[in-house]
Design a protein. Structure first.
Length: 156
């Protein structure tokens, strides 16, 4: 099997309010809480360096089974229909997967009919404590149902 499901992230109007709800209802804990400049294409909604607030909560496992809430501080949302998708919309799920061979995953997704909206590219994000960076090779696609999927391969 090529990949594992790591986290589901929801694009929301208020990340803090959304996170507080899940903390109080389920007792989940904060793993990540930062304002970030989103790389163009991950997810494909705004221009490069669009400011966002991203809160990720964890349940029992610190690496899988997490849920995230991403708030665009200057919302650039798309109103396209689910066919021929190019951008995510408010309230949609972003499925995030971790893979070992991003090039193979991208080729297989193309062959299966997914819409590749952002081909594999290298980029960095802050670590959960903000003291270092995480280096990734990432690609973005819409599956056959119009669900946005981001696949990441960690780089050394």
């Amino acid at each position: 099997m090529e990949g594992i499901l790591r986290r589901t992230t929801f694009v929301v109007a208020d990340a803090e309010k959304s996170a507080r709800f899940y903390e109080s209802v389920f007792g989940w804990m904060r793993f990540y809480d930062h304002r970030v400049a989103v790389h163009a294409g991950f997810p494909p909604a705004g221009p490069h360096n669009t400011p966002c607030h991203l809160v990720i909560l964890k349940a029992e496992d610190a690496k899988v089974g997490m849920v995230g809430f991403m708030q665009y501080l200057e919302p650039p949302f798309d109103t396209a229909v689910p066919t021929n998708r190019s951008k995510v919309r408010l309230g949609e799920t972003i499925l995030v997967t971790q893979v070992t061979d991003i090039d193979r995953v991208e080729a297989a997704a193309r062959t299966a009919g997914a819409s590749i909206c952002t081909p594999s590219t290298n980029w960095e994000v802050p670590s959960h404590d903000g003291k270092s960076v995480i280096r990734l090779r990432t690609m973005g696609m819409f599956d056959l149902n119009g669900v946005y999927v981001e696949s990441n391969q960690f780089l050394a």
